[in-house]
Every structure is written in C-alpha cells, then in structure tokens.
Write a protein that binds this ligand. Structure first.
Ligand SMILES: [Zn+2]
Ligand SMILES: [Zn+2]
Ligand SMILES: [Zn+2]
Length: 372
C-alpha cells in the first residue's frame, strides 16, 4: 500500500497517515449511482477546473441587478423588506428556459417525446451588494433569502396545479456557470419531476416500504453514531473499524452538515434538518435562522480550504402533486452544495462513474478543522 505523504493540508494539521484508497462506493440513497474513490497519486485523471477570479466589486453602474438599476429588469415579483430599499428582489428571468407565454401540445415523434416547456424561470437577486459571497452575508440575511425561496415556492405551487416541482439553485462564480456576476439564485417551476429528485424519491420510497423508516433519517442516525465495527462474515474477526462520526462537518440544534460517504464531487456537502421533514416549505422561520448560520459557516469552511470556493447549490424537496402524500414519510428535504474544482472527463460522462480523488473522510476532517 502506498502512502500519500506530501499531501498539503491547509488546516495546518499534519496529514493523517491514511492509506491510499481505491474503492467503488455505492450511494446509499440511489444505489445506481456510484463513485470511484481513488486517492493514490497517479490515480488523478481529472483536469483541475481553470479558475477565473470572481467579481468582488460592491456596486457596478451597468449591472442590471445592482440597486438603482431596477428599470433594467422586469418588474419585481417579490421584494424584501420593501420595493425601494430592497435587500432581496425576485424578478422574471429574461432568458427563461421554461415559460408560460405560449401554448403547445406535447409532441411524440417515434421514440422521441417532448413535454411542453411550460413553467416559470425566476431570478432571486440575493443581496443588493454586487459581489458579496454567502459566507460574508449576515446569517439573518441568509435566513431572509431562504424565506424568500420558500415563500415564492409556495406561491407558485398555489398559483398553478400543473407545477410539480420548483427547483431552487445557485451558481456562484464563473467556474460554476454564473453568467451574471451579481450574486443571485434561480428558481425553475416545472411540470415534471427532475430525474435526480425522482431517483432519490423512488429509492427512498423502496427503503421505506421495507424498513418503515426514512433512509435520510437512518443515515443521519448512523452519522451520529460514533463508531462501528465490521466483522468478517466467515472468520468473525474484526475487518475494519469505522468511525462513522467522521462524516459530520457540523451539527446545530436543528440541522446537520454531512460530507456524503459516496460523494461524487470532492468537496460536496449536504445539509439536512435533523428532525424528519419532507417539504422545505414546512421549514419554520426559527429553523431557517439556525440553518442560515450553519450554511454560512459551511461556506466559510469551503472557501478557506479551497482558497476561494466557486460552487453550485440546489434544494431537493418532496415534489407536489399526486405523490406528495405518499412520499411525505420517506423523503427528507436537503440542500446539496457542490463546489467546482475539476472538470468531469469522458470516462465520467461515459460511465456515469464519478472519480473522487480526495477521500470523503479526509475532506470532512479538513473542513471540520477550519478555525472559524
Ligand atoms: Zn450588481
Ligand atoms: Zn427523514
Ligand atoms: Zn438530493
């Protein structure tokens, strides 16, 4: 076994003498998703994402999202706290990928089907300050941002029963595909359930039918269990001792930030409510305050370890419509944060097997060690 001795550890601790890992890990939630964790040197087929520095200016005269330039965007759909001195502002996306302006019927051509691109695409201008990062925002502001997501989602579901899913996401930095540098998030309301949510929903429902328990709750319980011992089935001897708590980045009163055991992206972190909750819409203001603090600190940790984090985050929550009731006990809402550090290669796109060259255990350790 080789040792990766000269790995730099920014947190200042000497790198742990962890043996190199080369194993395929199956996602506990979606077993059809797997990741190859390969930490030995020479097992690094990936190209590092070339990073363009992000725009950190406070105010930009020509930016359509800066305060004072409101006439450059469509009229506001929602503002907080008020229209003039807004801190958060929601507008329609001028380059919507889905729209509700034209009526087209669903098309089927042979094996190729299309569903009418009915829906809504909106922009949430997260903050009046142009280049501010989430880790530099006040937790009270972050809580307001997530309240805006929640309230807008609720409005959209109420306004049209064809809407099955409202996807909220954020692209931060050029490496993450953000085309407008002013800090913003987006919301897409669609008539279909996105594939990723559907797989999680389907598999967690199967688990629930078998075990009468939410798989996300089970994983959280497991993460909070400190240690586990794996025995060899034949000899009964100890094969491996696993410190399961090693996946926890931080735990607060109501939430937990976890580095998933089978992370597809090196620095991926998921945040879950500790108590079972399927729908993000049910999250109270008080809980969002706690969530906001945890998110801000998690972003600080990532920014510190990666020396400038560029990322996507997105919300996974139970879809509305027919299956809503059925999935309420088996699905558990969460926020997935995926920092962008490398570009997927043909191997990954072709095989669907993602390669992770930093062990999730070590990544979690580095994130935990950041002094806030
Ligand atoms: Zn701006
Ligand atoms: Zn649960
Ligand atoms: Zn998810």
């Amino acid at each position: 076994m080789t040792q990766d001795k000269d790995k730099q550890n920014k947190s200042g601790n000497p790198p742990a003498e962890a043996p190199a890992i080369r194993e395929i890990r199956i996602s506990p939630i979606v077993p059809t998703e797997s990741v190859l964790v390969a930490t030995a040197r020479g097992m690094r087929p990936k190209k590092k994402e070339e990073r363009i520095e992000r725009d950190t200016r406070k105010h930009v005269e020509t930016c359509p999202f800066c305060r004072g330039n409101e006439e450059m965007t469509p009229p506001a759909l929602m503002t907080t706290p008020d229209e003039k001195n807004w801190d958060i502002r929601i507008v329609e996306n001028l380059f919507a990928i889905l729209g509700d302006d034209e009526k087209r019927s669903n098309l089927v051509m042979g094996l190729q089907q299309t569903i009418d691109g009915y829906g809504r695409h909106e922009v949430i201008i997260d903050h009046s300050e142009h280049g501010i990062a989430v880790f530099d925002m006040q937790p009270t502001h972050i809580a307001e941002m997530f309240k805006a997501y929640r309230n807008r989602m609720l409005d959209l579901y109420k306004a049209d029963e064809r809407i099955r899913y409202v996807l909220v996401f954020k692209n931060f930095g050029p490496a993450a595909g953000a085309s407008i540098p002013h800090t913003h998030s987006q919301l897409i309301a669609m008539p279909v359930i996105p594939e990723n949510v559907h797989s999680e929903m389907h598999h967690s429902q199967e688990y629930y039918d078998k075990h009468h328990q939410c798989i996300f709750c089970s994983l959280i319980d497991e993460a909070l269990t400190f240690e586990a011992t794996i025995y060899d089935r034949d000899s009964g001897q100890v094969r491996r001792k696993v410190d399961i708590g090693q996946y926890i980045i931080e735990r607060t009163e109501h939430f937990i930030a976890i580095k998933p055991f089978a992370s597809r992206y090196e620095w991926e972190v998921h945040i879950f409510p500790l108590k079972h909750q399927a729908d993000f819409i049910d999250c109270s203001d008080e809980h969002l305050q706690d969530f906001a603090g945890l998110l801000q600190r998690t972003m600080k940790r990532l920014d510190n370890v990666l020396e400038g984090v560029q990322y996507n985050y997105f919300m996974h929550t139970v879809p509305h419509g027919e299956e809503y009731k059925k999935n309420n006990s088996s699905y558990h809402w969460h926020l997935e944060i995926t920092p962008r550090t490398s570009i997927p290669t043909g191997f990954e796109l072709g095989s669907g097997l993602f390669v992770n060259t930093i062990s999730p255990e070590e990544a979690a350790q580095q994130l935990r060690d950041v002094k806030l």
